[in-house]
Write a protein that binds this ligand. Structure first.
Ligand code: SAM
Ligand code: SF4
Length: 467
């Protein structure tokens, strides 16, 4: 993609114009109008997002949070999708100044997992109860090149322990060619995830000083190539802390709108990583434009209103407290029990000199599940849509009129029950069974009937029951 084409995705000038008129806080009536518009679940435009991003008044902020909660509950109910990252290699030829994996970082011990080691890591995740994995790697593969990623996906899908297996592999690797994306699609990945890090060209240039990743246009056009190759679930994101968050939020919206208008469907997910300390990186410990906790919550809430049907992912970079607070504001997917050093699950710890960044949440999967359940959310390991081909536009066509709930709710309960029966601690089982019983009570009759049938099958020993 040439620079001219890439410029069609993000229009920095238009964002500048929107933001330069915001030296004073927006009128209360304007904010309330935007909140009322958001309630219709049709999303928000750039002007609306600017209004919310610049509001200051604590009462209006509380209103924004209240609306985000309402929309979240309306669309996602009590469900919270759970996944785990699996880092296969920390080798990288790029120079991203914020990342421990960058090529010139001598403080990092390099490690690339063999297929046997990847199988071992996968088996550990399966034994914990995981069903969804996000495969992550630096941008440098061993001799086999990109085939290494494809082999690793096959290893993940082929592993099984007892009644468990990984049912959906999402992938977060460097941008690929259309042909490579086709191979990724053939390997049956779920979502292809890639973060632009910063949409602001001058900042992008400053923080990416070497390697292929220094090419902004190659990165921003990755989703076009992925979609051309037939991958219809794509996930975008920003690494918050590199540049003014208001700019990033508006640019993220432009990217989402661009995908929607060009391909008929926007991003399946949006991730909101915030810069965390990383070994050998001064920038990671001293973010150029730090995002404070309130603004971070605001980002999540605004996204929930602006793109109500797009999943929002919260990783273990954040503390348990921040994660809990953002569940209510719109987060729909979380990682749990994560390690960011290759081989970290077998090592049993996040070895700092091999990890990509420091974690904020060190709890095990079962501890997170118990916490999530106690908060009233149903942990979901569902992979039903992807396996029934309800992806891309097909998914959105069902999600927007609210039809997807009839599938998501029973699938969340059946996969949660699987977790409880096969992997849950006694405490989690008690909390989980109560949660399931209460959720069933609240369902409409047809969904309740379907759920009860599916739960009965799981209790009778069937696994992987979905609709
Ligand atoms: N290497 C590929 C790339 O850069 O796209 C794929 C995965 S990279 C290992 C995953 C993500 O980690 C990056 O896109 C970046 O947003 C995030 N990351 C890097 N350094 C970080 C840090 N210090 N704190 C938080 N997130 C970080
Ligand atoms: Fe490499 Fe990705 Fe880290 Fe950049 S963010 S140094 S590309 S692993």
């Amino acid at each position: 993609m040439t620079r001219t084409n890439a410029a069609k995705i993000v229009n920095e000038e238009a964002i500048g114009e929107l933001l330069c008129g915001t030296t004073t806080a927006p009128e209360t009536s304007l904010v309330l109008d935007v909140l009322a518009k958001a309630k219709e679940l049709k999303g928000l435009d750039a002007r609306d997002v600017t209004v919310l991003a610049t509001l200051q008044d604590p009462e209006l902020l509380a209103e924004l949070f209240r609306m985000a909660k309402e929309i979240k509950e309306n669309i996602y109910g009590q469900r919270m999708v759970i996944f785990s990252p699996l880092y296969i290699s920390n080798l990288c030829k790029n120079e991203c100044l914020y990342c421990a994996f960058r090529a010139k970082n001598k403080a990092l011990k390099r490690r690339t997992l063999s297929q046997n080691e990847i199988r071992n890591e996968t088996e550990i995740l399966i034994k914990q109860g995981h069903k969804r994995v996000l495969l992550v790697a630096g941008e440098s593969y061993p001799q086999q090149g990109f085939q290494y990623v494809l082999d690793s996906i096959a290893t993940l899908y082929n592993a099984s322990v007892g009644k468990g297996e990984i049912r959906r592999v999402n992938v977060n690797v460097a941008p690929l060619t259309v042909d490579e994306f086709r191979q990724l699609k053939a390997a049956q990945i779920g979502t292809y995830q890639l973060f632009q890090e910063t949409y602001h060209r001058p900042t992008y240039k400053k923080v990416h000083t070497g390697g292929q990743k220094a090419d902004y246009d190659w990165r921003i056009s990755a989703m076009d190539r992925a979609i051309e190759a037939g991958i219809d679930d794509v996930g975008i994101g920003v690494l918050f802390g590199l540049c003014d968050w208001r700019f990033e939020l508006l640019a993220l919206m432009q990217h989402a709108n661009y995908l929607e208008s060009r391909y008929g469907v926007g991003p399946h997910t949006i991730s909101v990583p915030r810069l965390e300390p990383a070994v050998g990186s001064d920038m990671a410990s001293h973010p150029p434009t730090p995002v404070n906790d309130t603004d971070f919550q605001k980002i999540v809430a605004i996204l929930r209103l602006a793109v109500p049907y797009t999943g929002i992912i919260m990783s273990t970079r954040e503390t348990p407290k921040m994660r809990r607070e953002t569940f209510a504001l719109g987060v729909s997917q979380i990682s749990a029990g994560s390690r960011t050093n290759p081989g970290g699950y077998a090592e049993g710890e996040d070895l700092e000199d091999q990890a990509q960044f420091s974690l904020g949440d060190h709890r095990s999967l079962d501890e997170v599940i118990l916490d999530v359940a106690k908060l009233g959310y149903i942990p979901s390991f569902c992979t039903g849509c992807y396996r029934l081909g309800r992806t891309g536009q097909d998914f959105m066509d069902m999600a927007k009129p609210g039809l997807i709930k009839q599938h998501c709710d029973p699938n969340a309960l059946s996969t949660f029950l699987e977790y409880l029966l096969d992997y849950g601690s006694q405490q989690t089982v008690v909390a989980g069974e109560t949660l399931i019983a209460n959720a069933i009570e609240r369902m409409d009759k047809p969904t309740r009937q379907r759920s009860e049938e599916m739960l009965a099958k799981v209790r009778n020993g069937r696994r992987d029951v979905f609709c």
